[in-house]
Structures are given as structure tokens and as C-alpha cells.
Design a protein around this ligand. Structure first.
Ligand SMILES: *[C@@H]1O[C@H](CO)[C@@H](O)[C@H](O)[C@H]1NC(C)=O
Length: 150
């Protein structure tokens, strides 16, 4: 009896577990890298959706030496979605400029987390007449950063 029952129990438990796999939560907390090789670390997301972290860019529009820069953002938690939207601001520590990112945390078809984002980069200009050219727009895709140590 035991031998015939156990495969059935296995199937039953798999069926019960399956919905929780497909509803897996995409979490912002952790280390991420994007298609340009920039890295960011996001800390814990508070109950109200606030988070902070650090951003290390691989590219810069300036000739200044790149430095780690702080980021502050919020995740939308209105319906506690498994694929939440979010936004954050990076306050660049090596140039007079600011970037805002907005995006969504997705589970891709293989169950891997991916952040699809767009950004606006505001650079400082000395003259108001140069305002028209002071903002760049871009698109970045982030995946979890796995280092050899992990
Ligand atoms: C991002 O992290 C990877 C792995 O640690 C590293 O190889 C790469 O140089 C980092 N990128 C930057 C911009 O530091």
C-alpha cells in the first residue's frame, strides 16, 4: 500500500506547491548588474516601500573619476504585487548631476528576476540657454549579480 500511495502523494504535493512557484515574488533587495556592467546594491525594502542603496556606474558622461554613489527609492506596495514597480534617484558623488530610474521587477520565463528600467540623467549646465541639452534618456536591464564568492 505504501508503495503505491507515495507517488500519488508526491504528485499531490507538487500540484499544491506549483502555484507558489509561479507566484514567486520579485525582490529588489540584493546586488544587481546591468547591460553596461554597472552594479548596484539595494538594501531592505521597508513596509512602506522605501529603500536605499549604492550605485557603481561603469559609464560616465564626464571625465571625472567614477565613485560609488547613493541611491534612494520607493517600491509600489499598493496591491503587494509579485512583480512590483519602483523608482529611485541616484545622487552622483563625482559630478553635478542626478539620475532618476523607474522600472518593474519581473520574473522572466525561466523564473529569474530581471529589472526593466528607464532613466533620465540630468547634467548641470552653466547657462539656462543650454537647458535644452541637459537631459539624457536611456534604458537598462538589471539581473542579479553573482560573484564567485557567493
Ligand atoms: C561589477 O561587479 C563585477 C563582479 O564583481 C565586477 O567584475 C565589475 O567590475 C563591477 N563593475 C564595476 C563598474 O565596478
Amino acid at each position: 500500500m505504501v508503495h503505491t500511495a507515495s507517488p500519488l502523494l508526491l504528485l499531490l504535493s507538487l500540484a499544491l506547491l506549483a502555484p507558489s512557484f509561479s507566484a514567486k515574488q520579485c525582490l529588489l533587495t540584493g546586488k544587481w548588474t546591468n547591460d553596461l556592467g554597472s552594479n548596484m546594491t539595494i538594501g531592505a525594502v521597508s513596509n512602506s516601500g522605501e529603500f536605499s542603496g549604492t550605485y557603481l556606474t561603469a559609464v560616465t558622461a564626464t571625465s571625472n573619476e567614477i565613485r560609488v554613489s547613493p541611491l534612494h527609492g520607493t517600491q509600489n506596495r499598493i496591491n503587494k504585487r509579485t512583480q512590483p514597480t519602483f523608482g529611485f534617484t541616484v545622487n552622483w558623488k563625482f559630478s553635478e548631476s542626478t539620475t532618476v530610474f523607474t522600472g518593474q521587477c519581473f520574473m522572466d520565463r525561466r523564473g529569474k528576476e530581471v529589472l526593466k528600467t528607464m532613466w533620465l540623467l540630468r547634467s548641470s549646465v552653466d547657462d539656462i540657454d543650454d537647458d535644452w541639452k541637459a537631459t539624457r534618456v536611456g534604458y537598462n536591464i538589471f539581473t542579479r549579480l553573482h560573484t564567485v564568492k557567493e
